[in-house]
Write a protein that binds this ligand. Structure first.
Ligand code: SF4
Length: 317
């Protein structure tokens, strides 16, 4: 387990195997406020780019981590507590990381700033870019992503297309589907067409499975997901909840600490993070796995999501 402030993991990721996260914007600094966000509501909705977390600090923490730990890591991932491309030094950080290690570098982005040439240029040295696209009409975009008022979905689509033309490495486009919000067939048909025009290497269909920001953000059911997947064509796949590597010893240790805490009392994500000193994003990843394994469940109380240990788990502890 890593306890530095801006580095978290490695965490088991459904898309990236074991991912070491670099958190380069403060908690919840984002250009969107998605209804399905597992981190909670956006507190600083902005499209202003600046060095929110200093490059020097990130590089120093990563250097010390790599010198100390020898975990198996599939990707070093720029992600974190909001939108990483808001950090104006992301390009320089990617270059520095590439100089330090052979571990591939990935960037998880909502794609909102790819209409800016400087952002497209700054991402060019990454090995893998994972942008998301959850709508193709402004109305649906506003309902699902609740973007900053300065953002327009057509500009974002154009930015994604331009980025693809000049980026030689892999792009895996994520489409997050939320029941009753962006899963109507008209929107899906258009999204399928435009996703293929963007021409990513993969189209990864996802639905709400993590603790979402809004309790009304519900998953699309498995049958519907399969139908939608066919509409997206050959590049599309559903991100399978169980497609993950087995937990390693230290991960079991973290998972057990979370279970022990939840056995004593129900906790929110922030509560677990504060008590155990684990980065919030890391807690989210573990809860995702524990929920899929039906070892924990969530309960809503006074608009807050709490996690509890399932009865069977309680008996086995
Ligand atoms: S899901 Fe990503 S893009 Fe959406 S609000 Fe959360 S951090 Fe921002």
């Amino acid at each position: 387990m890593n306890i530095q402030n801006h580095i978290f993991g490695p965490v088991p990721s459904r898309r990236l195997g074991f991912s070491l996260g670099l958190d380069i914007v403060p908690y919840k600094t984002c250009s969107f406020d998605c209804v399905y966000c597992q981190l909670g509501q956006t507190t600083n909705k902005t499209i202003q780019r600046r060095e929110y977390v200093s490059k020097q600090l990130i590089i120093r923490e990563l250097k010390s981590y790599l010198a100390r730990e020898h975990d198996e890591i599939d990707y070093i991932t720029f992600s974190g507590s909001g939108e990483p491309t808001l950090n104006s030094k992301i390009g320089e950080m990617i270059q520095e990381v590439k100089r330090m290690t052979d571990i591939p570098v990935a960037v998880l982005t909502n794609g909102s700033l790819l209409f800016k040439k400087e952002v497209r240029d700054e991402l060019r040295n990454a090995d893998l870019i994972l942008p998301s696209l959850n709508a193709v009409t402004q109305d649906t975009f506003e309902r699902v992503n609740r973007p900053h008022h300065g953002l327009n979905i057509q500009d974002i689509i154009d930015g994604l297309k331009k980025f693809r033309k000049n980026f030689d490495n892999e792009i895996w486009l994520e489409v997050m589907l939320v029941k009753g919000i962006n899963d109507n067939m008209g929107e899906i048909e258009q999204m399928a067409g435009i996703s293929n025009e963007i021409n990513p290497d993969k189209i990864q269909l996802n639905t709400v499975v993590r603790p979402p920001c809004e309790s009304f953000a519900m998953p699309v059911d498995a049958n519907q997901m399969r139908k939608i997947c066919q509409m997206f064509g050959q590049k599309a796949e559903i991100i399978a909840p169980c497609a993950r590597k087995a937990m390693k010893a230290y991960e079991k240790d973290v998972a057990n600490k979370i279970l022990t805490l939840l056995k004593r009392r129900p906790c929110t994500i922030d509560g677990i993070s504060n008590v155990l000193g684990i980065h919030r994003n890391e807690v989210v990843k573990y809860l995702e796995v524990l929920e899929e394994d039906r070892r924990v469940a969530r309960r809503i109380h006074k608009n807050q999501t709490y996690f509890v240990v399932n009865k069977d788990e309680m008996r086995s502890m």
